[in-house]
Design a protein around this ligand. Structure first.
Ligand SMILES: Cc1ncc(COP(=O)(O)O)c(C=O)c1O
Length: 388
């Protein structure tokens, strides 16, 4: 059929050579997915079962990333979300209804707690916060209507490593599912399914992304029934991911082993140096014995990543702790760790119920890829600010 130039702008007959092969996954962008016939039109989220139907459920770029994460975590199905917090909300919204109860460690990532106490609470879901080192005693908190036990190990900021196996055994004995936020371990330094976890999630934003330039999350399961619940919830919620972000995450995966290894070595050296300083009361790094649950880290983890906290001895005021953080030159101040840049954030942890009495004396560090000796020199020149 003859075409005007305007139509050719949309429906072109231009030819290019076929057969190009690259080492990278192309960025397939697309909302509309073209069907071969009128009868083939479907609106079903499971692209593995029915083929591609709509960009919301993933283009090949997103499905490639999901499949790679699934493979690394030894799962059966992975669903991507627009960020780690969206992975947390997808899990809660997929599995909970009014009248249900969930258990969350007091050491949880704060927006996870806030979701439970605000939005979930408004929809009739009750949450109790438990002491993260509770282990098998979680049994005593499980109610008739408890549907999920959340774990996050190590916990955010205060870094408690949980006795995952004991919590899983106690929860399963009462037919309650266990969810793990496995972000600190990048989904690989702790094998969630080998420890009996039912649903594992991570902020892909962190170590997989690895360069502080994208937001993504993942939820991985083995049980097909859980996958069905998650997939239909994702469809209803419309949690779409950007193929461009997925492409960056696929690139991040290729260097994650060397980044993690360099970061592990550097973080341990910085943490060990800090432990020797008179200003520091304790170092909360899972691979250092002073960290609560260090024995569970030794038992369960394959290594450590680059986020840990320090607690100063009593004495410095909050302003002095802020002055220390402000005096750092290489460590930048900001959320979202696991990139190549070292970060420092101080907290007033006493404001969060159930946290240890560290008050304003706790600073969380993210170790990036700067040289370890420069990072130590930076901390060394800033520590006197605690006394100024
Ligand atoms: C342990 C943990 N889980 C989840 C998230 C949320 O991830 P995102 O920032 O991608 O929403 C974060 C972010 O800091 C986190 O530290």
């Amino acid at each position: 059929m003859a075409k005007t130039w305007q139509t050719k702008l949309i429906h072109s007959d231009a030819k290019i050579p076929q057969g190009y092969r690259s080492l990278t996954t192309p960025v397939y962008r697309g909302s509309t997915t073209v069907f071969p016939s009128a009868a083939a039109v479907r609106d079903t989220w499971d692209q593995h079962r029915v083929g591609y139907t709509y960009g919301l459920y993933g283009t090949p770029t997103a499905l490639e990333l999901a499949a790679r994460i699934c493979e690394l975590e030894s799962g059966a199905h992975t669903i991507l979300t627009p960020g780690g917090q969206a992975a947390i909300s997808l899990i809660n919204l997929a599995f909970l209804k009014a009248g249900d109860h969930i258990l969350i460690p007091a050491s949880v990532y704060f927006p996870n707690r806030k979701l439970a106490t605000t939005l979930l609470n408004r929809f009739g879901v009750a949450a109790s916060f438990y002491e993260p080192m509770i282990g098998a005693n979680i049994s005593s908190l499980i109610q008739e209507n408890t549907r999920l036990v959340w774990c996050e190990s190590p916990g955010s900021i205060t870094m408690e490593v949980q006795d995952l196996s004991a919590i899983v055994a106690a929860a399963h004995a009462r037919n309650v599912r266990v969810v793990l936020d496995n972000t600190w371990a990048a989904g690989i330094l702790l094998d969630a399914f080998a420890h009996g976890v039912d649903i594992t999630m991570q902020a892909v934003t962190k170590y997989i992304g690895g360069h502080s330039d994208l937001l993504l999350g993942s939820v991985t399961v083995r049980d097909p029934a859980l996958y069905e619940r998650l997939g239909s919830a994702q469809q209803n919620l419309g949690f779409a991911v950007s193929p461009d972000d997925c492409s960056l995450a696929l690139r991040g995966l290729q260097t994650m082993a060397v980044r993690l290894s360099a970061i592990e070595t550097s973080a341990l050296a910085v943490a060990t140096w800090l432990a020797s300083r008179p200003e520091v009361e304790t170092v909360l790094h899972p691979a250092i014995p002073s960290c609560p649950g260090h024995e569970f880290w030794k038992r369960d983890f394959l290594g450590s990543s680059g986020v840990f906290s320090i607690v100063f001895r009593t004495g410095p005021t909050q302003q002095q702790v802020h002055a220390f953080v402000d005096a750092l030159q290489l460590f930048k101040i900001g959320y979202s760790w696991a990139g190549v840049t070292s970060l420092a954030v101080s907290y007033d942890i006493g404001r969060i119920p159930g946290r240890p009495p560290y008050d304003h004396r706790i600073v969380r560090l993210n170790i990036g890829l700067e040289s370890t000796s420069d990072l130590i020199a930076d901390l060394d020149q800033a520590l006197p600010k605690l006394r100024d």
